[in-house]
Each structure stands twice: as C-alpha cells, then as structure tokens.
Design a protein around this ligand. Sequence first.
Ligand code: GLU
Length: 301
Amino acid sequence: MPLPAYRGRFAPSPTGPLHAGSLLAALGSWLLARQAGGEWLLRIEDVDPPREIADAADRQRAALAAFGLHHDGPVVYQSRRGRMYQEALDRLLANELAFECYCSRSDLIASGGIHRYCVAGAQRPDPAIRLRVSDGCEIGFDDLVHGHVVQRVDAEVGDFVLRRADGLWAYQLAVVVDDAAQGITDVVRGADLLDSTPRQILLQRALDLPTPGYAHLPLLLDTDGRKLSKSSASMPVDPADPLPGLRACWSSLGQSALPASIESPADFLTAATEAFRIDRVPRSALPASAAAHNTDATSRR
Ligand code: GLU
C-alpha cells in the first residue's frame, strides 16, 4: 500500500496529565494532518522512567479521545523500541560519527555545558555516547510558522548525548529513529523543541534518514509568564468538558472564532479542519489565561 502523502504525529512524554500547552500541540498537528487528508499517529515517549507518572500515558490517551483527537494505527511506546535505538547507535559508532564520553556535567561547566572535546580525567564503567558535531556545523531548515531557522550546532549545542551515562536513551536519538520508522512526513509540535530540530536533522543525515517538514506552534505561558510544562499542575484541561479547552487552544493558534452554536468536539473539529490557517498561527508564546479569557468572551456572546 502506498504511504499517505502526509503523516503527522503527536508524541507526548507521560510526565503528567494533558495540559493546555500539549492540547494545543496535539490540536495543531491533528488539524494539519486532517486538512491534508493524511494520517495522525500517537507515540508515547516513555524513555525516561524517573520522570514518568504511572498512569499518565493512559490518561493522556483517554483525554485525547475525549477531545475528539482520534489517532490512526496502533499506539507506539518508545520503551519497547530499544533494539531500534541500539541499531542506530551501533551504526553511528561503527561510522565513527559517535563516541564514548566520560565527561560529567561538572566537567563541562567551564565550557558552559557545551561539549567539544573530552575533558574527563577518569574512565567510568558507564560512558555516555555523544554524536560528534563538526566544527562550523550549521543547520538551517524552513519552519511553517517560524520561517527559515539556522543554528550553529557546534557552538550552541556541541557534541550531544545519544545514550546517557545511566543507560537511558536520549530523546534526540529516539525521536529521529521513530519519526523515520513511522514514516512521519511532518512534525508539528511546541516551539520549546525548535532548538532541538537542527540536532535531529543532523542525526537524520548521519543515519541516512529523510528529513520531515516542521512546524513549531506557540507555547502557552502560566500566570508568571513561564512556559506551561507537562508536569506543571497549572492549566490542566478538562476532558469531561472538552469544548472550552478546544476553543481556548484554537484561539491561541490565532484562528478566528468558530460559531458558538457548535456543541460537540466532533462538530468543532470538523469546522476547525475546514477553517484552520497555518499562516495565522503566531510565533510567540501567549499567556494561557488570555487565551481562555478570549474564548469565554467569544463563546458566551
Ligand atoms: N515527547 C516530547 C514532549 O512531550 C515531544 C517530542 C516531539 O514532539 O518531538 O515534549
């Protein structure tokens, strides 16, 4: 069967309940996939057990369903894909594109946390594995929301970790392997990951994998002006009452209000799929409370 021309995904880490910021990313990526007549996959990024909360993945899945954001195909769990990450790592090591590193965080303080060469004195039994980033390495890409983005990966990031010293897989490796294995054509996610994208493109090139299209959606800020994080209790969305959350995210995506007469998530999403305009999506983060306030004003009439 030919692959669909568009395949998007939502890839939450199970570190807490779905909050307004992750609902916004889920909604934006779902809308672009549906608008393109494509598929939308769900991947649970559970590669960091210390940060996980026991039933978070199940609750996130239930919340997405309550918001009408149904996914295609089986749910993929990164915790079951270690063999694929190991294969990719072995390939990078064999091609001398990755190396064992004994440097600790404190070893790298003098260089601002950026690794360019190993400074660790003693070898331990538990090296991290890093991707070697060549001097002058500059990666640019076109983002649907942010336009052309360029990063000097050597100077801004340095040689980055693929497998941590504690043996856990780094997000950057797992996400690149999985996006390619799942045939993802378009990555739509929060702007907190904008500066990870050049690292992921570099890894795709090192592993001979295709580079998908990218769109990074605005973050929501809590009342103190900080990014809402999945582990933050602030602004959880209520799956028992999905419409206000959908309307708030829709407004934060810069879209014009949909009719207040819409009463079900399914009808809301049908109208939203027709009306969504990526060129209206703002670049910068928005206070979540302002978004909720706008929505109240438009839906109350
Ligand atoms: N698991 C990441 C998160 O929840 C998202 C990864 C991605 O979309 O690339 O922040």
